[in-house]
Design a protein. Structure first.
Length: 266
């Protein structure tokens, strides 16, 4: 008897085979539809996930097919998480490829930075790769605050603002990449200006600045990196809860549960 994951993968393969020759977008839609249909439970995407693609203020029907329930557990389409997941489990099972984070941490390690700064570099874009892109520094800092030194979380939070301001004496020029991404006339939001001014005069300014220095240059397709180089640093500097991330009742446990099971109905 097929388990849920086999059933879903079979439906996806059948849809892919049936749409050979069609445009990539049409094939992707067909595969996603087939996977959803193969679920025994119904998934409903959160409004946040579809805003922009759809008008979030528009009425949206939430249909419950006869004989089906809404999904209230881990999504079988996703890699199965351990009962007590660790930080490395989330890296391996819920994040996009983390090459950029590994490169950033490797640069910081080679530059002789402290383990706290190396860890901050390893985690600074965690939210971009697995949670929420917008305001990712703030989201990631909130996720990690219960588990890392206060300085690490501070640096992750304020790299969000510091990235948009040059500090050439410290070795950070305004990235040309941002001009390509956002244009010559890009204007920072008032919260970015406010947080930059606060961080610029803070005792941990150089922690946040070190993240930006080792961030913007960490896009080398030929650089060989390995998470094994950071396992011991994580072990010494990340307070892994024995219950597993999301099960420990910390102030950010709900965020880890959302990453683990992002399609739960409630």
């Amino acid at each position: 008897m097929l388990d849920a994951k086999d059933k879903i993968e079979g439906a996806a393969a059948a849809a892919a085979a049936a749409t050979v020759g069609q445009p990539p977008e049409a094939r992707l839609d067909a595969v996603e539809h087939a996977m959803t249909e193969a679920l025994d439970a119904v998934t409903v995407p959160s409004v946040l996930y579809i805003s922009g693609e759809e008008d979030p203020t528009a009425p949206r029907a939430t249909a419950q097919p006869p004989g089906h329930y809404f999904l209230m557990e881990d999504d079988p389409r996703l890699p199965k998480m351990p009962d007590a997941p660790t930080l490395l489990d989330f890296f391996n099972l819920r994040l996009r490829p983390s090459t950029h984070l590994l490169q950033s941490a490797t640069l910081a390690l080679k530059a002789g930075h402290s383990e706290k700064i190396v860890l901050a570099c390893l985690l600074h874009d965690f939210s971009v790769l697995g949670f929420i892109r917008a305001d990712h520094g703030y989201w990631a800092a909130q996720m990690f605050e219960p588990y890392v030194d206060e300085e690490v979380a501070w640096g992750i939070r304020y790299h969000q603002a510091l990235r948009f301001f040059a500090d050439e004496p410290a070795g950070y020029a305004y990235p040309e990449m941002y001009i390509r991404f956002f244009g010559e006339n890009f204007r920072r939001g008032p919260h970015i200006q406010r947080d930059y001014e606060y961080a610029r005069n803070h005792k941990w300014y150089m922690t946040g600045r070190a993240i930006t220095i080792n961030d913007i240059y960490a896009f080398d397709p030929n650089m060989v990196v390995n998470m094994d180089d950071f396992v011991d640093i994580i072990g010494r500097n990340f307070k892994q809860p024995k219950e597993g991330l999301g099960n420990d009742n910390s102030s950010s446990a709900h965020m880890w549960r959302t990453m683990r099971a992002p399609t739960r109905f409630l």
